[in-house]
Design a protein around this ligand. Structure first.
Ligand code: PGA
Length: 261
């Protein structure tokens, strides 16, 4: 894993945006994996800005969302499809059907999640998967206890995730859907480059477990220790419980300037 500690979330987000710009210049058909939540928002903001400045085109690209609630009607402002459209896709030049999401309204949900897993495989793999991390160490909706070998499936939110996400639902936990579809941990691990962003002290414990703890279902993000190309973008708060923070800073400082992350 490469650990990149930045002074603030905007700089961390812009570094990821620069990496995505570089990816699309090198491979215009690149496949992105997109995450929701508050933390990735600076990435989308920077991408909108860089697209508007003419630095990047997504005209041949595709994107897959990482997870989605089950039970919200199509077009609900907090459905992850809507969030990704509003934050990114509607503002840039992705083709009309470039955004893929699991069909959470399907009568046969099990079949729909399987189809989503296969759709991801059919692309030959996600080139760059953007991830956030929950305070409980989840990635996607792979909550503690998720099998490290899991594939795309129907899941169930922990009380801590329901509490954390209530802020998007008028602070009313009863409005937060409990069921979800999520790419599995093994599905996420098939992406070529995993880029995870975490900001704020509330994430410090999960970040320390992900990077320096044992690989365990208790902290699902720790599975990333088995991937060959993971970049972790942190602000000072999220990095505050890392035992080797100074070493990570020094190591990233030695990276040649032509490399972004
Ligand atoms: P957050 O969510 O960015 O809103 O904290 C991240 C996550 O739960 O994966």
């Amino acid at each position: 894993m490469e650990i990149v500690i930045q002074p603030d979330p905007e700089l961390a987000g812009d570094l990821i945006a620069q990496e995505i710009v570089r990816l699309y210049r090198r491979k215009p058909t690149a496949v992105l994996g997109l995450a929701t939540g508050s933390t990735p928002l600076p990435v989308y903001e920077a991408l909108r800005r860089r697209h508007e400045a003419g630095e990047v085109s997504f005209a041949e690209g595709q994107a897959f969302i990482l997870d989605e609630y089950v039970g919200l009607p199509e077009g609900h402002p907090e459905s992850y499809r809507t969030v990704i459209r509003t934050e990114l896709v509607d503002h840039v030049d992705f083709p009309r059907h470039a955004l893929h999401a699991p069909e959470v309204e399907a009568e046969d949900l099990e079949r729909a999640v399987l189809a989503y897993e296969w759709a991801i495989r059919d692309t030959g793999g996600v080139d760059l998967q953007l991830l956030g991390i929950g305070e409980n160490g989840h990635i996607g909706f792979n909550e503690p206890g998720a099998s490290l070998a899991s594939r795309t499936r129907v899941g169930y939110l922990t009380p801590s995730t329901v509490a954390a996400n209530a802020r998007f639902f008028d602070d009313d936990e009863s409005q937060v859907p409990r069921r979800c579809v999520t790419q599995g941990l093994a599905t996420i691990m098939t992406a070529h480059h995993l880029v995870i962003i975490a900001t704020g002290e509330k994430k410090a414990r999960a970040v320390a477990q992900m990077i320096e703890g044992p690989v365990s279902q208790r902290w699902p993000a720790s599975v990333l220790q088995h991937h060959t190309h993971v970049t972790v973008l942190l602000d000072e708060g999220a990095a505050s419980q890392l035992e080797l923070a100074d070493y990570y800073r020094e190591a990233y400082g030695s990276v040649p300037s032509w490399r972004i992350i």
